[in-house]
Design a protein. Structure first.
Length: 400
């Protein structure tokens, strides 16, 4: 037997697995690295976060990604070069983290690598009859496996699409396994570049679980800041938005898009929510002269209202629910103030009370997917009618 197959077989049978979860979202702010220990697999799996760090990307890295990210005119040679290069950068970050944490790569069973999304093209966005849902993450797993010596599970989203999903959001699986509680309806809201949430019914019925994007989280605000405030990447602590006031006409134009009228679940990306989207809304609402501060105040409110509208559509039937927030947007005080005021029925918490720090959650969820792919895979989400086909996801890359 190939020694790597034997090794994987042994890992699959272990009572405990040490897995590094990696996440780099549409914000392209840094790589989230979560070292996790799983005792078993499946629903309610005991998990411990042993170490976590977000390693901020260097300017050069951000520049390279920005050259291709969600761009229809991206240079194919550049995409090809980046596929291996990003993986090598990620591997170097992992090796540094392990050194810093005093852990040897031999003590890590698996890496779960999301890769860097460069284009998300569900059919609802590309509208091309003959093509199905599509998405592309680069940063190939083979390079990570070889450079770290650790078996790497990567490229999770393709199986989801192959099984009938849109390739996103994948949070439903890990949210269900880690955070479901009998008798408590929970909403796990993640505000990254794009905002999404998972609804976890207190009934624990997997076929009632679902997960959807709600629209822009930070991506549109970030894009506006990056364009108009060179050197800044986001509206830190909402300093700029807080100085402006909401322009109601612009807000209405921003909300006037078919995406918001479509049923759940649905996914989107910066391919839609970008500066052209803002410019078009400004033109339609005759607000092209709105100041930067007012634009930011309006974009901030736009994220909050579309998040709250989606949550209310799912959980606003009078039943109490707990709302657990994660993702970088939770550090935006104005955004959170809006969301709290728009969701009076929610009891607001963050995942720290569930022993997973909110900034680590997404990376942990990918570690859960790898744990399931190798050592679990027995969870059935019914017919998959909620966009959650019952599949295990991820491709296996072996070291040398
Ligand atoms: N202190 C803060 N004030 C305002 N926004 C913040 C703050 N910290 C993080 N963010 C926002 O969170 C984003 C990163 O969120 P993250 O969850 O890492 O998203 P992604 O999964 O897309 O990488 C940043 O780009 C920024 O918009
Ligand atoms: Mg991030």
């Amino acid at each position: 037997m190939n020694k790597n197959i034997q090794r994987l077989y042994d890992i699959a049978g272990k009572a405990e697995r040490i897995i590094i979860g990696l996440m780099s979202g549409t914000s392209v702010d840094g790589l989230d690295v979560a070292l996790c220990r799983f005792s078993g697999a499946g629903l309610d799996v005991p998990i411990r976060l042993l170490a976590f760090e977000t390693v901020a990307y260097e300017e050069d890295f951000k520049k390279e990604i920005a050259a291709v990210f969600s761009r229809r005119d991206a240079d194919l040679e550049k995409v090809t070069l980046l596929n291996g290069w990003i993986a090598q950068q990620h591997a170097a970050i992992i090796n540094d983290c392990l050194k810093k944490w005093g852990r040897s790569p031999a003590a890590v069973d698996l890496i779960a690598s999301h890769g860097q999304t460069i284009f998300h093209a569900p059919r609802r966005l590309h509208h091309l009859e003959k093509f199905g849902n599509a998405t592309l993450q680069i940063g190939d797993g083979d390079h990570i496996a070889v450079a770290t010596g650790i078996i790497t599970i990567s490229d999770f989203r393709q199986k989801h699409i192959a099984a009938g999903g849109e390739g996103a959001p994948l949070a439903a699986y890990g949210d269900f396994l880690l955070f479901s509680r009998k008798g408590e309806n929970r909403i796990m809201l993640n505000i990254g570049g794009i905002a999404n949430f998972t609804y976890l019914p207190g009934s624990l019925h997997a076929n009632e679980v679902f997960c959807t994007d709600t629209g822009t989280g930070n991506t549109l605000m970030d894009a506006f800041i990056r364009k108009n405030y060179p050197g800044k990447y986001f509206d830190e602590n909402a300093q700029i938005a807080s100085r402006g006031s909401i322009n109601e006409a612009l807000l209405a134009a921003l909300k006037d898009h078919e995406f918001f009228a479509q049923g759940f679940p649905k996914t989107t990306g910066p391919e839609l929510f970008n500066l052209q989207y803002l410019d078009r809304a400004k033109q339609r609402s005759q607000s092209t002269t709105v100041s930067n501060e007012d634009t930011m105040a309006t974009l901030n409110r736009f994220s909050a209202e579309t998040i709250a509208d989606a949550v209310n559509a799912v959980a606003g039937n009078g039943q109490p629910f707990s709302l657990f927030v994660s993702g970088g947007g939770m550090h935006n005080p104005l955004l959170m103030e809006h969301i709290v005021s728009l969701l009076p029925g929610a009891s607001l918490k963050n995942t720290a009370v569930l022993d997973i720090p909110p900034d680590a959650k997404e990376a942990v969820l990918f570690a859960v997917l790898a744990n399931e792919a190798v050592g679990g895979g027995n969870i059935h989400f019914g017919s998959g009618r909620n966009g959650i086909p019952g599949v295990s996801m991820g491709k296996i890359s072996f070291p040398l």
